[in-house]
Ligand binder design. Structure first.
Ligand code: BG6
Length: 491
């Protein structure tokens, strides 16, 4: 399945957009530096951001135009490396900056005066959730909430159902659902979208995509990083709120949903919502939580967050079940954690064994596994069983049919765009397919809340695990109980 010939090299296309105004609230923050600004610059370099578009930083910091350009330039140096000054100058020429008080009135009239009439205006809320409502209210009060206006809202979108509902309610005071783009950056990852192409663009898989043929599905998002500088936020969230409620559940939805009639925002989101609503409640015995231990000079989780008695999980594994016709009887095992042995995210669809082996017991039992690698090394491989080459009887081996996207896209291909590049341009183009709808987020919290509540009520301690391991012992026991095993976490 290696794609080799020139004619088969896949080329990324640039879809043109009209000039727009993008305002980044929290323009001097960490996410703007690490993700938003580099993503915009890469789209600019790809020729997708037209002359006349503007990127307006808005934050509390007092800064002039020159200071903002320097700030952005430093961020690009740090996260993308230095490149030709000429291209850089073109991008910096699009920048403007407004000092603004999210909780007061300072700066708002200035911002309103800068926006162009009749063009798309996107407001990126790259700030703490407590500022979402005040920002939305001021956009409305200062006359900026026009029909062309779009809000981009970062996670966390609430910390439970009640807070997510209240955020949805606050935004709905001034904006329609069609104007709200709730980001889950996993939906912008190349392979995640490819999941839909593989399922609904091929005849090969869909007939087998159900509990009759699929033994179980594993979703793993493993990281090697710890909580780094985000201890304060993370210790109040934990892996369940930080990763499972959003990223892993989105993956689960895409892998389990029914085919939408069209690849259109609400058609896709309706199907995802049905999956979440069909999820059974998770029993306490089907969830394992873990916290990483110290390793040499590397601090333990509790040292990292500066809270010796912390009961927050940096790892979670669980067994989920979807009660519908397609999936009744097929378990979905989900796990995610920090400080694990490799940075590796994958979805593995493990098919059932053949009903009968004509090759006798010596040939062993074999299963096809379709593995969808999100990162690193984005790609897909399908494990198939073949005869071991050579004489000596019929011995069977499992070999991968490997399609690594970097190969298919060509060596020089600016192969896989960062999720933020795609998502920001989708906002500008007005395409909500890869964004979460309000009812979807609420349904995800409605499923997650009781799991977290069980931990708070019952004796459900976190288990420690070694840095660099595959997680706590309990996670292995969880799946071994069903006579199965986790796949190796391998980059
Ligand atoms: C974020 C989480 O949403 O996703 C982080 O808050 C996590 O804790 C990150 O590290 C992982 O994203 P990625 O793209 O590196 O897999």
């Amino acid at each position: 399945m290696h794609v080799k010939s020139d004619t088969q090299v896949l080329v990324s296309r640039v879809i043109p957009v009209e000039p727009f105004d993008l305002v980044i609230f929290g323009g001097t923050g960490d996410l703007a530096q690490r993700k938003i600004l580099p993503a915009l610059y890469r789209r600019f370099r790809a020729g997708q951001i037209p002359q006349g578009a503007r990127v307006i930083g808005a934050a509390r910091a007092v800064m002039d135009h020159v200071g903002w350009c320097q700030f952005v330039s430093d961020a690009l140096d740090e996260y993308l490396g230095q490149d030709e000054q000429e291209a850089r100058a073109g991008f910096l020429a699009m920048l403007e900056y407004v000092t603004l008080d999210a909780l007061g009135d300072e700066g708002w009239a200035d911002l309103a005066g800068r926006l162009g009439a009749g063009r798309v205006r996107a407001f990126y809320f790259s700030v703490a959730p407590r500022l979402f409502a005040p920002l939305a209210e001021r956009l409305h009060r200062f006359g900026m909430a026009t029909a062309e206006c779009r809000l981009v809202v970062e996670k966390p979108f609430g910390r439970d159902l009640a807070s997510a509902r209240s955020l949805n309610h606050d935004l709905a005071q001034h904006f329609d659902e069609g104007q709200i783009y709730r980001i889950d950056h996993y939906l912008g990852k190349e392979t995640v979208q490819n999941l839909m192409a593989i399922r609904f663009g091929n005849m090969l898989f869909e007939p087998l995509w159900n509990s009759q043929y699929v033994d179980h599905i594993q979703i793993t998002v493993a990281e090697t990083v710890g909580v780094e500088g985000r201890g304060e936020y993370y210790d109040r969230a934990g892996a369940m709120r930080d990763m499972v409620q959003n990223h892993l559940m989105q993956l689960l939805c895409l892998i389990a949903m029914e085919p939408p009639a069209k690849f259109e925002p609400d058609a896709v989101r309706d199907e995802k919502l049905k999956v979440i609503r069909a999820l059974d409640p998770v029993l306490a015995k089907d969830v394992v939580r873990g916290q990483y231990r110290a390793a040499g000079a590397r601090p333990s989780y509790t040292e990292h967050v500066g809270n010796a008695g912390s009961d927050t999980e940096s790892f979670v594994a669980l067994r989920a079940r979807i009660s519908n016709w397609r999936w009744a009887g097929t378990p979905f095992y989900l796990r995610t954690g920090k400080r694990l042995q490799a940075r590796a995210s994958e979805i593995a669809v493990v098919f059932k064994e053949t009903p009968h082996s004509i090759f006798g017991p010596e040939a062993g039992r074999h299963r096809n596994v379709l593995s969808i690698r999100l990162q690193p090394n984005e790609g897909i491989d399908l494990g198939v069983t073949i005869k071991e080459p050579g004489p000596g009887g019929m011995r069977l081996v499992d070999v991968p049919l490997d399609m690594t996207f970097a190969q298919a896209l060509g060596a020089d291909g600016h192969a896989v765009a960062d999720a933020y590049e795609r998502l920001i341009m989708d906002v500008i183009r007005g395409n909500q397919t890869l964004f979460m709808r309000g009812d979807e987020v609420e349904a995800a919290w409605a499923w997650t809340d009781p799991i977290i509540a069980q931990w708070e009520q019952a004796e459900h301690r976190v288990e420690e695990y070694d840095t660099g391991s595959a997680g706590p012992e309990g996670a292995h026991a969880l799946i071994a109980r069903d006579g199965r095993a986790w796949r190796e976490i391998r980059a």
